[in-house]
Write a protein that binds this ligand. Sequence first.
Ligand SMILES: NC(=O)c1ccc[n+]([C@@H]2O[C@H](COP(=O)([O-])OP(=O)(O)OC[C@H]3O[C@@H](n4cnc5c(N)ncnc54)[C@H](O)[C@@H]3O)[C@@H](O)[C@H]2O)c1
Length: 433
Amino acid sequence: MRGIPSRNLIFGSQPSNSFAFVMFGFLWQGSSAVFSTTCGRGRVDKLGMASKPYLEFPLQKDGEYDEVKKQREKCREDEVLCRRILQMAKEVSQGENHGSVKPPPEPSPLRKARFFQANMRILITGGAGFIGSHLVDKLMENEKNEVIVVDNYFTGSKDNLKQWIGHPRFELIRHDVTESLLIEVDQIYHLACPASPIFYKYNPVKTIKTNVIGTLNMLGLAKRVGARILLTSTSEVYGDPLVHPQDESYWGNVNPIGVRSCYDEGKRVAETLMFDYHRQHGIEIRIARIFNTYGPRMNIDDGRVVSNFIAQAIRDEPLTVQLPGTQTRSFCYVSDMVDGLIRLMEGDNTGPINIGNPGEFTMTELAETVKEMINPEVKIITVENTPDDPRQRKPVITKAKELLGWEPKVKLREGIPLMEEDFRKRLGIPRKN
Ligand SMILES: NC(=O)c1ccc[n+]([C@@H]2O[C@H](COP(=O)([O-])OP(=O)(O)OC[C@H]3O[C@@H](n4cnc5c(N)ncnc54)[C@H](O)[C@@H]3O)[C@@H](O)[C@H]2O)c1
């Protein structure tokens, strides 16, 4: 409490032996306030909830005396303040107002220098991965962009970036985001994190470190250089959702101790850190909640369902549908995803904003589509499911449409052949005539 006086006020309507009342407890520390509300029935003086050094109001009996009057005046003022705080809390919880308490940190003075013609310096963590490398391609199209990729190559590969290595506006740094990084940049796309269950479960402690320490490091960098930072969060923050479809106001149904928690809970903490840095330090943040994305350059054997089915169909292996097969997912083609991420970064909204394709498919339907389009000879078989696999997933993208003017353009039946072509090239298996 750093010696700042704290007080807990009890106020309400006329106390009597039995009445409904609202209790607001204030705990002030500098400009931040923590509060709680409790509703109940009973006598204020019997609650025993207001401990020292909190103020307690004497019960009114026959006549009001001056001290009580003064306290009542003060109480009214506090009540107004309290209502305001509750309103702010409500707005924040509903995603209406993520207003920062501080102005954003100043970017480098060079950015404002009269004769300094600067490019936009963009850092992409995890830029050697699937989505990251497509984002690099898109950002490099703009001659005013300089792109710096930081990656530890855990699931990514230099191969994904080979067309840019040696380009004067491109830099590639082998670096692990769990270590701090000191560079000057204007924007940070923070993607570093394995996205496939096979990889994130392989070393769950490292996965959660990447999400927590890695995000802290990137936020620290954003704070130091005044950069805007975008986090690629995930639909996994909704867990096994109890509402369907999922919009951004849903708080999720996540197992905190399961085998997927290193990823799901890691991303939830990463989102918390983003908002805490935003409110406490004025950092400009953007959060994208990405739903299943597919396309060329996905790791062929990374266990994600689209890559699994396409690789199996190309290799003449049975398509393995995890039981019960009725679980649903929505699939967004990677070029649509990259477009959504750039719009979010360039726009004015912090998010979180769902970015995904609302077209919903059961796993059996997906297997049948892949079979029909790539290899009608192949069998579809069922296999055991993994723990905590969500039963349904489908984004509500109203926010993305209204705030970013974004919606996906590529249909699943258009995206599958593009991915098939890339997989055939990498597997060295040409199409049969
Ligand atoms: N692909 C999807 O369907 C999907 C869905 C939801 C969210 N996301 C999120 O999007 C981002 C990119 O996903 P992706 O599909 O491209 O995954 P990916 O595994 O292909 O890419 C992740 C990249 O991060 C790198 N990386 C991992 N840990 C790192 C560390 N500690 N330090 C530096 N680099 C590290 C990997 O080497 C890889 O290049 C991830 O944050 C993921 O959580 C993806």
